[in-house]
Design a protein around this ligand. Structure first.
Ligand code: MF3
Ligand code: CO
Length: 252
């Protein structure tokens, strides 16, 4: 498969998908509280997505059993919601969600603190979010993919954090995962040239410690090798004439 350029019709559908996903995240953020299970988050998230007439794209994707990936503390991504996993004050939780609207995908992730969290945890969350924005400053026509990747890494590493290597962002559109891969760390190659109408899911995964990760026995949950905290921030973006348009963000 090669990198696709979206038509105006496709772009409008992806804008709709993104708006719905942004609202889903905003509603989920308001629902978070200590004492709830990660299963509760999945139930609420799926209900919100379906209430907007969308399909949760992660459900049954390669056998993934839920609609929302819920990853707590040292879990990096792809945590499987469970009735036994109860959020408590001081935890950080990454919520990753995807929707399909009229055949088009949007994909986004946020990390939140539960109640009061440590200054270290809160800096990790903020730097991870900011690394996305530092990267997409370079999401301009004529630049190369590596301009985004290398600036995400440079920003996160200034704080001594580990930028996960084993998972990357991706193109998105009619499929959840399309070409190109979008690493969060510098490549030797410049990567594809950015063109108007490309849609990308840019998703830094940043560890407080080393960048190494392991997979749990459930074959999904990715955790930091050193047990340090990890945060995730993702949006679906569109490359436009005058810079990136963030499709899956609606800040209130
Ligand atoms: N944002 C994640 C990704 O791009 C979501 C996939 S989770 C899965 O890979 F459950 F759907 F696999
Ligand atoms: Co993604």
């Amino acid at each position: 498969m090669s990198v696709t350029i979206k038509s105006p019709r496709e772009i409008n559908l992806m804008r709709e998908a993104g708006k719905i996903l942004a609202r889903t995240h905003n509603e989920l953020a308001r629902a978070l509280r200590p004492g709830m299970s990660t299963w509760d988050i999945d139930r609420i998230g799926e209900e919100i997505i379906r209430s907007y007439g969308c399909i949760p794209s992660f459900k049954n994707y390669n056998g993934y059993p839920a609609s929302i990936c819920v990853s707590v503390n040292e879990e990096v991504v792809h945590g499987i919601p469970s009735k036994k996993r109860i959020l408590k004050e001081g935890d950080i939780v990454s919520l990753d969600a995807g929707v399909i609207y009229k055949g088009y995908h949007s994909d986004a992730a946020r990390t939140y603190g539960i109640g009061e969290i440590s200054p270290e945890a809160s800096q990790l969350i903020e730097v991870t979010r900011q690394s996305f924005f530092e990267g997409i400053k370079y999401a301009k026509i004529g630049n190369h993919l590596n301009d985004i990747s290398s600036h995400i890494q440079a920003y996160a590493e200034k704080f001594g954090y580990g930028v996960v290597r084993d998972l990357v962002g991706h193109g998105i559109g009619e499929h959840l995962h399309e070409d190109p891969e979008v690493p969060n760390f510098a490549q030797r190659r410049k990567g594809v040239r950015l063109q108007e109408g490309m849609t990308l899911a840019v998703e830094p995964m940043i560890n407080a410690g080393t960048y190494n990760v392991c997979w749990m026995d459930d074959d999904w949950t990715v955790v930091t090798q050193d047990g340090s905290l990890s945060a995730h921030y993702e949006n679906t973006i569109l490359i436009c004439q005058d810079g990136p348009e963030i499709l899956s963000l609606d800040e209130v």
